[in-house]
Design a protein around this ligand. Sequence first.
Ligand SMILES: [Zn+2]
Length: 270
Amino acid sequence: MGTRSSLVGGTFYAANQVLGALSENAFAQLAPHLHKVAFKKGASLWSPSSPSGSIFFPLSGLISIVRMDTEGRGIEVGFAGRESAVGFSTDELTRGTVQVAGISLQVLKDRFWALASEHAELRTLAACCQDWMLVQSRVLAACNAVHDVQARLCRWMLQISDRTGAEIPSTQDEIAQLLGVRRTTLTLVAHKLQDDQAIRYRRGLIMVQDRAHLRTLTCDCYHDMAALPLPCERMEGLALHQHAAAELIEASGHNAGVGRHILGTKNTSS
Ligand SMILES: [Zn+2]
């Protein structure tokens, strides 16, 4: 119970932006069921043969969602850092792997959905995180199909460093797998970026040195995704819609007419 009470009393959970976007009341419902877990790089959170019973809210680090090919290579189809959460649906076709080590808060999936059945904010949180993942998957599918390796590598490094900082602990072999390209091709591109002093690469660690240069080399996929509202911002948008809808329902129930609320005129009757 020590962990539980510290979750309610502290605010470190807000490092995860969707948890931080919950009202105090909604978070208080969820907090007793959250458990803090430290994940090492490479840890498998779920796989087709070992589905997860949990939902993960990263406080730090990064989780990659990969689709495995027949030779066991995983191509990245999505990722989640502290801006989102993963594991809401029963997903049999991907693997969740810790790409950058970090801390997550974890809740049993059944427990979450039981709470969500009674708390609209938790349903909104899940919907916003799932929408975010769907958008990512669509963009990454197109990116992997049509954009060149340099643009994809720059996109990947920018997206990771946006979430975890300028140092990316990944080998070229790992990155080649995630992007679905040949290791030799990736090495050539990485050498060129290093020659341009955009990155520095040493013993399984990439250091992003010139983000501005990487931004000029990446594809629109990076810029388009960076411009999208984050899940926590989507939650606020949905909450406003729900609030407006509730006001409309209440207004119509009071025989006051819906139009006044839409037009913003003052209530002068009844
Ligand atoms: Zn792209």
